[in-house]
Design a protein around this ligand. Structure first.
Ligand SMILES: Cc1cc2nc3c(=O)[nH]c(=O)nc-3n(C[C@H](O)[C@H](O)[C@H](O)COP(=O)(O)O)c2cc1C
Length: 172
């Protein structure tokens, strides 16, 4: 099963459209991180100790942690905010600490980053490398796609969505 998490605070904008194009091909489930009440990770370690995979915080995250545990492919779609993912999706990612490294091994990670700059910008190379290293570390397969989304280029964006669908056909 494919689980897609999209991280823009803006409803119906580029990241949502990218995630929805991917989802049309892959099936599975699409989660909008902005709709998830995900408190920041406290770093207390409860989930990896006494909690045995359960977070001590009571919000929307436990069911999502369980969905990630069951998924074969995890797709993260995020706008670039200051050369990083958004805080909206980062809160969700941090809380997946509850799965520990073993909870990810053998799964596939697909990362799609969209920024105002085109993908020849250095930031995409850094993001691609950073997620690749992390995926290697936790034993996940890995694919990355950078999508430049300068405002006002709808026709060009439509063409880029074809690249997203192609990625979904390859990775599921
Ligand atoms: C706070 C903030 C920081 C941003 N930082 C970057 C950046 O570092 N690099 C970049 O290419 N675009 C940056 N952008 C532009 C967004 O990544 C771009 O508009 C993106 O397509 C928005 O995605 P959305 O339509 O899904 O919300 C930033 C936008 C905001 C609001």
């Amino acid at each position: 099963m494919t689980l897609i998490i999209t991280g823009s605070p803006r409803k119906g904008k580029y990241s949502d459209r990218i995630a929805e194009a991917y989802h049309e091909i892959s099936g599975g489930e699409l989660i909008y991180a902005r709709d998830v009440n995900a408190l920041p990770c406290k770093g207390c370690g409860y989930c990896r100790g006494k909690g045995e995979g359960r977070c001590i915080q009571k919000d929307d995250m436990q069911p999502i942690i369980e969905k990630v545990r069951k998924a074969d492919t995890i797709v993260l779609v995020s706008p670039i905010y200051w050369w990083q993912v958004t805080g909206t999706i980062k809160n969700v990612i941090d809380r997946l600490y509850a799965l520990d490294v073993d909870g990810f091994r053998g799964k596939k990670l697909v990362v799609i980053m969209n920024g105002g700059s085109e993908p020849d910008d250095k930031e995409y190379e850094l993001l691609e490398g950073q997620f690749r290293e992390m995926a290697d570390y936790i034993g996940m397969g890995y694919s990355f796609l950078g999508v430049g989304t300068p405002e006002g280029q709808e026709e060009e964006f439509q063409r880029k969505l074809e690249g997203v669908r192609e990625l979904a056909r390859k990775n599921g």
